[in-house]
Write a protein that binds this ligand. Sequence first.
Ligand code: ADP
Ligand code: MG
Ligand code: ZN
Length: 475
Amino acid sequence: MGKTYETVIGLEVHVELATRTKIFCGCKTAFGARPNTLVCPVCLGMPGTLPVLNRKVAELAASVGLSLHCEVNRVTRFDRKNYFYPDNPQNYQISQLYLPICRDGRLTLSEGRTIRIHEIHAEEDAGKLMHEERSGETLVDYNRAGVPLIEIVTEPDFRSGEEVIAFLEQLKTTIEYLEASDCKLQEGSLRVDVNLSIKEQGSERLGVRTEMKNLNSFHAILRAIKVEGERQRRILEDGGSISLETRRWDDAKGESFPMRSKEEVRDYRYFPDPDLPAVHLSEAWIETLRSRLPEMRKEKKERFILEYGVPEYDAELLTGSIYLARLFERTVALGVPPKKVSNFLMGEGLRLLREKEMDAKDIKLTPEGFARLIAMNEEKRITNAVAKEVFEAAFDSGIDPEAYVAGRGLMTVRDEDLLRKTVEKVIAENEKSVRDYLGGKEKALSFLVGQTMKAMKGQAEPATVTALLKELLSV
Ligand code: ADP
Ligand code: MG
Ligand code: ZN
């Protein structure tokens, strides 16, 4: 005993590419359509049909590769991976084994470590099986069959779950900046398989790994890594050995279960797909793609600091998602002071994203609405408290802030009489606080201000309320 073990992790990340149509046919890729309405003879695997590569797939896959410092292969080819499963109408998946589109890349984590990318290959997605609990039947929806995927395969370079999450966050940001995918774990457009083994600290030799599937959130990934690491450690400490297998993570149970012993490459009888010619990617084509890569996070962050004068901390968080960065920039373009926009997004925006477990992509507040909201607040037509309420309401619904304020009568109350009556009522109902305040406790005044604000539903200016309270309580 007394050995120290180290966790070793490698990832296989599947990303659905944001093309309008499928990889080898003209069917649409939309999510959530009625089952089996986005299909044709090609993606249903009918005999006599022929696949034709969607040019956009090569462009997006190579762009992701270039952003991850990969080599783009000048010749890339598709292979058949043969297996039978009802979600796969051809009985083989068109994927890439021998000549993937990209290889040998890297992503450097913000804390400094570099994770090597082994390769990126393109392939088609399978359909979806739906198990009906009640009838015990299984239904199949082929809308997803033929949706383009890239699989990003890393080297086993991770040593902790935290590194894995940092990598995935950076990867997601990069892919979103490229608009190559919407990267939604919940909708399956980003899917992560975790390969994990344990080795003795300092040893060069890697242990036998397991592969975990069905990880639907970053939280689940982190937990699964911890639990699987502990499971393997226990087995090794008891003198047992790990079997090479695929396991399914059950997040509700907080446990993984064996699915099948791990298949090997030779089990799939891969061979080059005779229906698809090799794709030649010219130097010029690759250079054009490279020159068209959009401004990425690092450059955007630096530009935000220079151009808008926002603090580095703000720039870092605002550029964490292209959607947040865009909302910021488009609102500022309407003439709103950058710091005002940033304060709202950094405070309320990030809080809402966290609390609602929302993706920044789903923010519905428009730059125009946002600008009007800030203007109303600046002109003191609404108080800070109301501004926050309106921001929250518009954030994921997109309702127009002005209409919302008008519809609910949220304008700041300027009615002196009403305010005075409310303050008098608060004074009458809070004798103890009044006594405390008169006895010298400044804190009691804040309480009375708070009570008045509450009675005014946040629609009074705190400064006016404070002044009025002081006036009425002055002896
Ligand atoms: P397969 O395609 O059969 O799953 P690969 O050799 O391509 O197998 O490896 C897939 C993933 O497993 C890669 O992300 C790689 O980094 C990771 N991996 C390979 N060996 C180990 C290991 N011993 N421990 C942890 N991860 C590993
Ligand atoms: Mg694998
Ligand atoms: Zn089709």
